[in-house]
Design a protein around this ligand. Structure first.
Ligand code: PFF
Length: 454
């Protein structure tokens, strides 16, 4: 067993609490804001198919591995990786996986908080009845106006980040668990209602076909890289978030079963969001390639024109805000756990320090949608660049390291003991996926995606 002198963090109170928190981390803007718009940008069905494959054969095995490493190491990702490397008599450098995760979390949260700020501003708009009777022009104008205003975006980003830090400062038991319990089921019901509304538009079939009838000509290395990156992003993998959550997981809980539940819920929510949105896109003659504004330009059209739309709209954006919040707390938790363990700083101070840094980065992202919209590096704007670097590169590279560590460095008897799967065949299957299939697929997709191999 790994040598751990003291357990500095508390534990989840039950398996259900862990499922809630892990689902909270997984389900967020990635499912409802990002999945539809990148599916739209990358050809619909072909992208969805590759994404589903990535979740099944790469995402789930890595999620099991990352949670397992966390539970065995029981500390922040950096310390967990060095403890486990010690245990396996491997090189200390493995702890850099933890470092990369912390940096990726920082960068992702900087834009995540800005987009969540858009959601907050839409709660306000919904409350004011701004969607009522709206058409493509009026709803589009609401979004354009928000994009053009650095001040509004910065204010909402500040509010969102502040809320995240308040929850994180209260600690594992107090803050993280409670926030998810009622939100996910309600969000699920609301999405079903929205899919119901989409069915009344007369364009449901077209939306459905767009998402589920793949045009194989659309699949290329870029699409595969984006789909794979998104599988990591949406499950919250490759950066130590689920590793930290795993480190708060009591010993007697089945990691594999829990992972399947969380990944299943996450995928269903994303697909429902797609089914709610694309019929609206076609019914209103909008572009599938609208980009990050897609949900903000489509869903308010539904709320503005359906019965009870004021209430549903308000509720929807409030729930989306909470879904984003339960993800953002997991994005920042690895850094907080590290500061508490290694720098002897208390939770509140750790939150203030990290919060300030993320806030500044977030302001830069907010400005990239207006004042700095012309600034580009490597042919990408600031937001796109941060997104590409973190989601398409850092998370899959983190995932690759986790797969290699769990499959090749950690002793099989240790991983078998830690996972305690019901049947030996299940363990064998996982072991093959994590040792061969996932690393091989990840290396090929990464090399092709960045153009190293043709
Ligand atoms: N999974 C979250 C979402 O889909 O919105 C985002 C996220 C959370 C990414 C935690 C990465 C992470 F570690």
């Amino acid at each position: 067993m790994a040598k751990i002198t003291k357990l500095q963090h508390s534990e989840w109170s039950s398996r259900f609490a862990f499922i809630l928190a892990a689902t909270g981390s997984a389900v967020g803007l990635g499912n409802i804001w990002k999945f539809p718009y990148i599916a739209g940008e990358n050809g619909g069905g072909a992208f969805v198919l590759v994404y589903l494959l990535c979740v099944a054969i790469i995402g789930i095995p890595i999620m099991i591995a990352e949670t397992m490493l966390g539970r065995r190491g029981r500390q922040s990702p950096i310390n967990t990786m060095s403890t486990l490397a010690d245990e396996a008599k491997a090189h200390k450098n493995w702890h850099y996986v933890g470092w990369m995760g912390i940096i990726a979390g920082f960068l992702i949260l900087s834009y995540y908080s800005v987009i969540a700020g858009w959601v907050l501003s839409y709660i306000f708009k919904a409350f004011m009845g701004s969607f009522s009777g709206g058409n493509v022009e009026t709803i589009g104008a609401l979004f354009t106006e928000l994009m053009a205003s650095p001040l509004q975006q910065i204010v909402w980003h500040t509010v969102f980040l502040g809320a995240t830090l308040l929850i994180v400062a209260r600690g594992v038991q107090g803050g993280l668990e409670k926030s998810v319990r009622f939100l996910m089921p309600t969000l699920f019901v609301l999405l079903i209602l929205l899919v119901g509304y989409a069915m009344t538009t007369g364009y449901y079939q077209q939306g459905f076909d767009f998402l589920f009838k793949p045009d194989f000509n659309q699949i290329n290395s870029d699409v595969i890289l984006v789909a794979m990156g998104h599988a990591f992003f949406t499950l919250g993998l490759g950066m130590g978030a689920i590793m930290v959550y795993g480190s708060y997981l009591p010993k007697n809980i089945s990691i594999a079963k829990t992972t399947l539940i969380v990944a299943g819920a996450d995928t269903i929510i994303a697909l429902l969001a797609g089914l709610a949105i694309f019929p609206l896109v076609f019914a209103n003659g909008l572009e599938t390639v609208a980009g990050p504004g897609l949900i903000f330009q489509t869903l308010p059209l539904a709320f503005g024109n359906m019965m009870g739309g004021w209430l549903f709209g308000l509720l929807f954006f409030i729930l989306l805000f909470f879904a984003a919040l339960s993800s953002s707390i997991s994005l920042i938790e690895p850094a907080i756990a590290f500061l508490i363990e290694n720098k002897n700083i208390n939770r509140t101070k750790a939150c203030i320090i990290t919060g300030l840094m993320i806030w500044v980065l977030g302001v830069i992202v907010a400005l990239s949608f207006n004042v700095w919209s012309d600034v580009s590096l490597f042919g990408k704007g600031i937001f796109d660049l941060v997104d590409y670097l973190t989601v398409n590169l850092m998370l899959p590279i983190g995932g690759l390291c986790i797969a290699i560590f769990a499959g090749w460095i950690m002793k099989a008897k240790d991983s078998e003991h830690e996972l305690e799967m019901e049947k030996p065949q299940f363990y064998q299957l996982w072991k093959v996926l994590i040792s061969y299939v996932a690393p091989f697929a990840l290396i090929i997709v990464l090399l092709k995606g960045i153009g190293v191999i043709g």
